[in-house]
Design a binder for this molecule. Structure first.
Ligand code: BGC
Length: 260
């Protein structure tokens, strides 16, 4: 099966690093036009756009803070000006936030995680859906996490934001299904990016992490990105309102490989 996205106009938030960057490259390889959103490191986004253009693809870069509604509106206007609309939104940008137990939480930092991961996802979905509903076509794929279902001490803002993305996905999917628009989420497990480098970069952290994964290895960004391309393509035309887990079995309770 050959998955093609020729002529599709896509936006990837947080597209200049980690899983987002891999999704940008996979979308472009499948023929989509890609808008690479970034918050900082414009040079990385520019370099990515240039290498897509050198291969004959189309890419633009857009600086925007997804936690700021005005900034998000301006980003979508920029895409309208460049391409006249949007067909695929990948809500990828997000942060883990600092480790902090609930009783020690710095409320400003706690709120910031929710503002980026949840409000940011909603602001972008809101803008994308205004356009997708009127053209009666489109797909939104938001990055959730295994932590939409697995509790994670010290990360209550993060787990809450990802659980919220699950229900946001289901509800938006129900709202827009009659308009031929699909809404999905993808839930990566431990994937090798800078977000968790402090864990996989040291032997103790890595050993502990691998014990939590039945497949006993960390995922590569491309293993998430390829599933993302499938989900936003017409090959997945009958899937909506669901989170797809891509986690090497992390949500399969590896502790139960023995005992019980
Ligand atoms: C987090 C990573 C973490 C992984 C597994 C992801 O959602 O962003 O930091 O390693 O979940 O716990």
């Amino acid at each position: 099966m050959n998955i093609r996205l020729d002529g599709k106009r896509a936006l990837v938030t947080g597209g200049n690093s980690g899983i987002g960057a891999s999704i940008v490259n996979e979308l472009a390889d499948a023929g989509a036009q890609v808008a690479i959103n970034y918050l900082d490191h414009p040079e990385v986004a520019e370099q990515m756009a240039q290498s897509i253009q050198q291969k004959g693809g189309q890419a633009i870069t857009i600086q925007a803070d997804i936690a700021n509604m005005v900034s998000v509106e301006a980003m979508f206007k920029r895409i309208d000006e460049a391409w006249g609309g949007i067909d695929i939104l990948i809500n990828n940008a997000g942060i883990d936030g600092d480790y902090m137990t609930s009783w020690q939480a710095d409320i400003v930092k706690w709120k910031q995680v929710i503002e980026i991961n949840l409000f940011g996802t909603f602001y972008c979905a809101n803008q994308a859906l205004k356009r997708m509903i009127s053209q009666k076509m489109g797909v939104i794929l938001s990055t959730s996490s295994v932590h939409e279902t697995i509790a994670w001490t010290g990360h209550s803002a993060y787990t809450s934001s990802k659980a919220a993305i699950s229900m946001l996905t289901k509800t938006l999917a129900q709202e827009v299904a009659p308009h031929n628009v699909r809404v999905l989420a993808i839930a990566p497990g431990a994937v090798k990016t800078t977000i968790n480098q402090n864990v996989w970069d040291n032997p103790t952290g890595l050993k502990d992490l691998l014990e939590k994964i039945p497949m006993a290895r960390i995922g590569e960004p491309s293993e998430i990105a390829q599933v993302a391309v499938f989900l936003v393509s017409d090959v997945a035309s009958y899937i909506t309102g669901r989170t797809i887990f891509v986690d090497g079995g992390m949500t399969d309770y590896p502790e139960f490989a023995h005992g019980g």
